[in-house]
Design a protein around this ligand. Structure first.
Ligand code: ADP
Ligand code: MG
Ligand code: MG
Length: 323
């Protein structure tokens, strides 16, 4: 995703969080750098809190405990929402694939890539990790605010940036209800308000097989969020096969029925999680995506392996420049 056009009036900020650059353009009566600082601090808090490899994190605790674990309200509601989205997408979005993600090595991908280590797990390793994975293993005790993973490892990588963007929006609006601009975290954009407070932002959806800046579509947004999940962000190629970081929960292998999925939603968590799910469902299950996703406020653009563009009925509304 790429925002185009002149943005001279906006203050620019950038930080490195969630293994990617988080960029922000903001215009406000309140000092923009005060807002940016608060947002980056919040995002770093979430990155740490939900990092399954950080021994102090709540996910580490959940994933390495065989018993019920008491959790705080935020953790309870985020995991509850993740499980709900898993059910709504018939398990295409699955927040309990941590063992498989770890096995494939995509969680520490940049480090591995730098070392040229591309390790394809064996079929039996995959079957073993898959048998211990899946959202249906995770149980919530709402009365006592406890969660039990029953051997599965929770990984919120498919929706955490969306949640962080939701918090970022809330923080910006607490400082100044009329602030505007946008926040971008590799592959997802959250609009804070229309450009120069009047016009829509122009956002290019990247051609999944083109260079950065080559667009396959353009969308116009004055509010809400847009997220793209693609097989070109984190991948390696061995013997002409592309292995990437979005896994099909049914097979344990990278999903291969799409090359990118873009979701527009007012809710950035929906945009993030449902774009991952639409990618997994791919062209084979497009009928399901097309009929069900809009009910949850997700409009989808799917690019199939043959580069066909499939859109939900209302996605087209966002392709029209003028209101
Ligand atoms: P990005 O990381 O570029 O934002 P996504 O939002 O699609 O892309 O999230 C991909 C991440 O989600 C993976 O790195 C992994 O941590 C996790 N993940 C992989 N497969 C799934 C899946 N089927 N459901 C939910 N999360 C997944
Ligand atoms: Mg996602
Ligand atoms: Mg994402």
């Amino acid at each position: 995703l790429f925002v185009s056009g002149k943005t001279g009036q906006y203050s620019d900020f950038e930080d490195y969080i969630f293994g990617t650059y988080v960029r922000m353009k903001i215009s406000s009566r309140v000092n923009p750098s005060t807002i940016a600082k608060a947002i980056f601090a919040e995002m770093k808090r979430l990155e740490k809190k939900f990092d399954p490899y950080d021994k102090a994190s709540v996910l580490y605790k959940l994933n390495h405990s065989e018993d019920w674990v008491e959790v705080d309200d935020e953790t309870l509601s985020v995991i509850d929402l993740a499980l709900k989205i898993a059910r709504d997408t018939e398990g295409a979005f699955d927040p309990a694939l941590g063992r498989l993600i770890d096995l494939w090595g995509f969680s520490k991908f940049t480090e591995r890539q730098a070392n040229g280590i591309f390790n394809i797990p064996s079929a039996s390793e995959i079957a073993e990790a898959a048998s211990k994975s899946g959202y249906q293993k995770v149980a919530i005790d709402y009365v006592n605010k406890k969660i039990r993973t029953n051997g599965a490892w929770i990984d919120l990588g498919g929706m955490l940036k969306g949640y962080a963007l939701k918090r970022a929006y809330q923080i910006a609006k607490e400082f100044d209800k009329s602030c505007h601009g946008f926040i971008e975290t590799g592959g997802q954009i959250m609009i804070l308000g229309p450009k120069y407070n009047r016009t829509k932002w122009v956002i290019g959806v990247r051609d999944p097989r083109g260079q950065p800046g080559e667009n396959i579509d353009i969308v116009y947004l004055s509010e809400g969020s847009v997220a793209t999940s693609g097989d070109y962000e984190r991948f390696f190629i061995v013997d002409n096969v592309r292995y990437h970081h979005i896994l099909d929960p049914r097979t344990g292998y990278p999903a291969n029925k799409a090359v990118s999925a873009t979701v527009i939603s007012n809710d950035p968590v929906i945009a993030d999680a449902f774009s991952t799910a639409a990618f997994v469902l791919g062209e084979d299950r497009w009928l399901f995506t097309r009929t069900v996703f809009p009910k949850y406020g997700a409009e989808v653009l799917l690019v199939t392996p043959k580069k066909q563009l499939l859109r939900t009925d209302n996605f087209k509304i966002y392709e029209i420049a003028d209101r």
